[in-house]
Design a protein around this ligand. Sequence first.
Ligand code: KG4
Ligand code: ZN
Length: 365
Amino acid sequence: MLTLGIETSCDETSCAVLKGRDTILSNVISSSLFRHQPFGGVVPEIASRHCLEQIDIVFRESLCEAKIEAADLDLIAVTKGPGLIGSLFVGVSFAKALSFRLGIPLVGVNHLEAHLVANFIGKKEPEQFIGLLVSGGHTSLSYHKKGKVKMLGSTVDDAVGEAFDKVAKILGLGYPGGPVIDQLAREGNPEAFKFTKPKLDNEFDFSFSGIKTAVLYAVQKTWHPKPFDRHPKALRAEGSQRSFARPIKPGKLRMTVNKLTTSFIRDMAASFQKAVVDWLIGKALAAQERYGVKDIVVGGGVSANSRLRQKLSEEASPRGVNAWFPEKILALDNAAMIARRGFELHQKGRRDSLALVGSAHLPMG
Ligand code: KG4
Ligand code: ZN
């Protein structure tokens, strides 16, 4: 059985051909990252236009690499959400047209579920596990048993990947922030800066907006180490008090960043990464203990983070717990994971009609 996977939930356009359950014949990914970099983040309109330009080329390339014809396909699996609605619209429309033309079934796939399932390609899936989803748009903990999902918690503000991206922006490191912080953190001191762990009513929820603000304040402090050292009257006389007290404006950030030393940036990257990874691991292990499971399955772009991979594996192993991470190419957005999830759903009897539409917000389960 040959499944075509189609992924267009954000800035990537990807098509993959999966043979059976486990054999990836092709997984072609076209990223529009370079088009968003000048803006410091993903611009939805640019992302969807890129998907539209690329989808047919990427589809043909995926068939070519898999050495098959379109007529050989048996099933189409497409991301139906969550994501940017314009990008989702491109993939879903393309999938529906192809399904109609080829006369083969169509299955809509939840992108977040696919991120976790990416771990099981070529492996035996555990009967029950804790899912730790860490992507650019989502962060959540979930309990999975025999195909049923119970949501345990999620972020109350920023997603963890978003926090990496915003902190990188504050440090003047460009977009996306995760890979560059991961790289710089290797040469920094993770103990240089301390961050307060957020207090949340639900122990399995996450919050990352506080640490982002703490990094911003630390950067501002470096710029004006002791802004209130001088008597407020003296500052008023100079007409400069307000400018010290006001939060920094984006335009001024460039000046701030120029004044940061390389060692400050490395230490901040290492300390931020350590704090975030410790929080993720703490909650994942607490959930694992609560539900008495032996497997923690990590998915989403931040699962590529080297400290998260190393530390979670180190902490899980003495407890007899397996920490699952997808292969790097399957950690970021890709269509092979969509094909795999679509194949599973099809085996369970799921079919979608040509009335399928994309949803920007789509919970797991
Ligand atoms: O799952 P993904 O490809 O897209 C979404 O579905 O959101 O995740 C992208 C996110 C970005 O925020 C990026 O900065 C982050 O994954 N990321 C990383 C690393 N590689 C990518 N974060 C930390 N460390 C990395 N090595
Ligand atoms: Zn994703």
